[in-house]
Design a protein around this ligand. Sequence first.
Ligand code: ATR
Length: 297
Amino acid sequence: MTDRYAVVGNPVAHSRSPAIHARFARQTGQDIEYGRLLAPLDGFGDTVATFRRDGGCGLNVTLPFKLEAWTLATSRTPRAEAAGAVNTLRFDGDAIVGDNTDGAGLVRDIEQRLRVTLAGRSVLMLGAGGAARGALLPLLQAGVARLAIANRSADKARALVADMRSVVGGERGSGEGRPIDGIRPIEPGRLSAVDFADLAPGYDVIINATSTGLQSTELPVPAGVLARALLAYDMFYAAAPTAFMRQAERAGCARAADGLGMLIEQAAESFLLWRGVRPDTAEVYAALRAELTADSH
Ligand code: ATR
């Protein structure tokens, strides 16, 4: 019997996940079906329960349900625990395993496709919401030397840093005051908050994790900071270069990328969790980029 998967969200019609997973399945010869599930805003749990009862094997979870998915999971991977959000569910008998593949997807896209090694680098994260939070542990695990977070509401960046320091330092866990299993302590001092007003050159990689993607407003990052970076990475993606990419390029940054590769890599991580096979993402990236460009004409 064909194993069934889907992406659940609200809205979900725009999701490219079905197209990505269909390509992964063809490429790896896995017999799966992958659809879209629109859950009512107050009906996430029921939607998941019905899908599971009908034999569904796993789900990707998108906005606005990533926190509810975290609560629903009966066990969570360390990276989901640290992210405080779940984007992948796997149904294992009575168990619901919750994972978060977003940060790993970002790291893989930067290191494998863009060929920028993260170990020893200085990284600046713009934004302190869910998207930023999900990337912190994977970036630290990739060996970045320094990870600074700048956010419009500076207090939120400081709160995120304090929280994540206790997680990666092994001081705070999933409850009962024990460290999260599977997270090896990382020196918490590698992580800091920085005010936009105090930003100075010296970052190798600058990542936009704010939700400003569609707006054309510039982020308050000095041109000199962008000019010195090897890579400006926008988690948002579009057919044309995003506003942040254009800002970085105007400032003289050597290289700018959008988040299409991250989307594909996080999907590949989910596919790996479900099927035990890692798809080759390069050909899927090329196909999706071509489709995105064609759709915009
Ligand atoms: P997500 O889950 O996508 O991270 P979120 O949790 O709502 O969404 O977080 C949105 C992030 O984008 C926040 O860091 C937010 O900054 P504030 O905490 O100051 O609100 C940031 N953001 C949104 N609009 C912005 C803007 N116009 N300029 C700068 N930052 C912005």
